[in-house]
Design a protein around this ligand. Structure first.
Ligand code: SF4
Length: 512
């Protein structure tokens, strides 16, 4: 096979940004699979240039030049930038490939703009692309392995492609690692609920941790596992046998079921510094928080006690909530979350607006069947800029009133002060403060106010939210144009729209 010049682009950002959060943290949000793909391609004998776009660089200058093949990895919020880049590279004669969450959620849309769109990706999937590096038009090819790969190149093998991105992070440099894929739980809204749990090789984990100790005095590692610690004992043994206690600092997303006091004691000894359990709602989704039989105020009290207990062992806890779930009615869910903020002052609450990402989760079929999925452009599907599902029990203005009230409460001066005082160490205090005053706290609040104002004052805007028109309000179109900048002209015709019911229609065809 001829040696190919290959570009790999990891899109962390969907456009230029200069928020404090993006400057400090975007380089720490790089994905693992683009580094894996770059490693595999190089091991196959090709010449690879990889970039991670964090929104602070001049993208045009950084792009790989004169390439035969380009892999782009993107979450749905950066899909329009990915589509524009694909169009640009195709105009230069390159073959383009899309991978990452957007490719998994919206493959039928993405094949209109890429030569290849990848689902689960093994080394053999990449080899297939390399062996058939030719344009696929008018529609690209969707390639997907049956499941996640059983093993992936570790940090040591990926280092060459990871290091330049870490250099972009000014203070904290956080290395992404993976101990497992999939999840044994079955939360119907989650992309990992249908992916069987599978631990990766513990020997690779040990080797990688050893390796990191040669690169940093006290490394930071973030586990990208959907639910870290399912095989708790094995994971902890791998960590403790690789590194002296507390010589590496870890961040992980894990369900409360796993985060028992006994487990937390072990995690503290092994250097866990930040944990992100999902709470989601006070009225459902309790199957992973040991509170399936509880709801409402009782659940708030129980979970608050649990999270407060966690602070005896880890200095940073982010609690994740989903707003607008079908089980939520009236003021209660929002008021209960405010109560949780009061009772658990040190926790950082992360709020997501309920979003149905294409074929990500089985529940999305139900939403599409009920005609509730709205065609918001991909650019806004990041769990907070738009909610692409009509809420079941709220009308829009009332819903935004409640979201604004909860966000303002959570990031009020009083709450910030209480969080600051209750947070145990400097790094955690500083992180909470930065998140509150940057795009996440104040930034979202400003945006929600604008949406609410438009809902009240602009009837065409409101009609779009009600599903009575598919004509995209200028408010949203202008944001996309501004964010894409020079890439706006490369956005392929029709890319602003997508079929919000594609998953259901495909399913109906398959079962007909
Ligand atoms: S526990 Fe977490 S990762 Fe597992 S299915 Fe539920 S939401 Fe997804």
């Amino acid at each position: 096979m001829a040696k190919l010049k290959i570009g790999v682009i990891d899109l962390v950002s969907k456009g230029p940004t200069n928020t404090l959060w993006s400057k400090i943290m975007h380089a720490n949000l790089a994905s693992i699979m683009p580094q894996v793909v770059a490693t595999w391609c190089e091991q196959e004998g090709h010449e690879v240039k990889m970039i991670c776009y964090t929104g602070t660089e001049d993208l045009h200058k950084e792009l790989p030049k004169d390439v035969h093949l380009v892999f782009i990895s993107s979450f749905t919020q950066a899909a329009l930038l990915a589509y524009a880049l694909s169009n640009y590279f195709r105009s230069q004669g390159a073959v383009t490939v899309l991978g990452g969450p957007h490719a998994r959620c919206y493959p039928d849309d993405a094949i209109k703009y890429f030569d290849y769109v990848l689902g689960f990706t093994h080394r053999s999937t990449i080899q297939e692309v390399l062996d058939n590096c030719t344009p696929q038009r008018p529609l690209g090819k969707h390639l997907a392995a049956k499941g996640q790969p059983a093993q992936l190149p570790g940090v040591k093998e990926r280092w060459k492609f990871m290091e330049p991105t870490l250099k972009k992070a000014p203070f904290l440099k956080i290395v992404p690692m993976l101990g497992s894929v999939g999840c044994p739980y079955t939360c119907s809204f989650c992309i990992d609920s249908v992916v069987p749990y599978q631990p990766l090789e513990y020997e690779v984990i040990r080797e990688d941790l050893h390796f990191l100790l040669t690169k940093f005095k006290k490394p930071w590692v973030v586990w990208h596992d959907p639910n870290f610690g399912v095989r708790f004992k094995d994971n902890m043994e791998a960590i403790s046998s690789a590194a002296p206690p507390k010589s590496i600092q870890f961040i992980a997303e894990s369900s409360l079921t796993i985060l028992t006091e006994d487990h937390l004691k072990v995690m503290e000894q092994n250097g866990f510094e930040a944990l992100l359990p999902g709470i989601e709602s006070w009225y459902e989704l309790g199957n992973k928080s040991r509170t399936a039989h509880l709801e409402g105020e009782e659940k708030v009290n129980r979970i608050s006690q649990h999270v407060n207990m966690m602070f005896r062992y880890v200095p940073y806890v982010q609690t994740n909530f989903v707003l607008g779930l079908d089980s939520d009615v009236g003021d209660a869910p929002f008021e209960l979350t405010k109560r949780f903020v009061d009772l658990t002052p040190a926790a950082f609450p992360g709020f997501s607006l309920l979003t149905a990402f294409g074929e990500a989760a089985p529940l999305n079929l139900e939403y599409q069947r009920a005609g509730r999925v709205l065609p918001f452009p991909f650019h806004f599907l990041n769990n907070h800029l738009a909610m692409n599902l009509k809420p079941k029990n709220y009308e829009w203005v009332d819903f935004y009133n409640k979201v604004i009230d909860l966000t303002a409460y959570t990031f009020s001066k009083k709450a910030l002060y209480r969080r600051f005082m209750a947070t145990p160490n400097f790094t955690s205090r500083w992180m909470n403060f930065m998140r509150a005053v940057s795009s996440e706290g104040y930034g979202r609040l400003r945006f929600y106010h604008k949406v609410r104002k438009n809902l009240i004052e602009d009837s065409a805007f409101r009609k779009y939210f009600e599903g009575e028109t598919t004509l995209l309000p200028a408010f949203y179109r202008n944001i996309i144009q501004k964010d894409l900048g020079l890439w706006w002209q490369w956005l392929p015709q029709g890319a602003l729209e997508h079929n919000p019911n594609a998953y259901l229609q495909k399913n109906q065809k398959l079962t007909a």
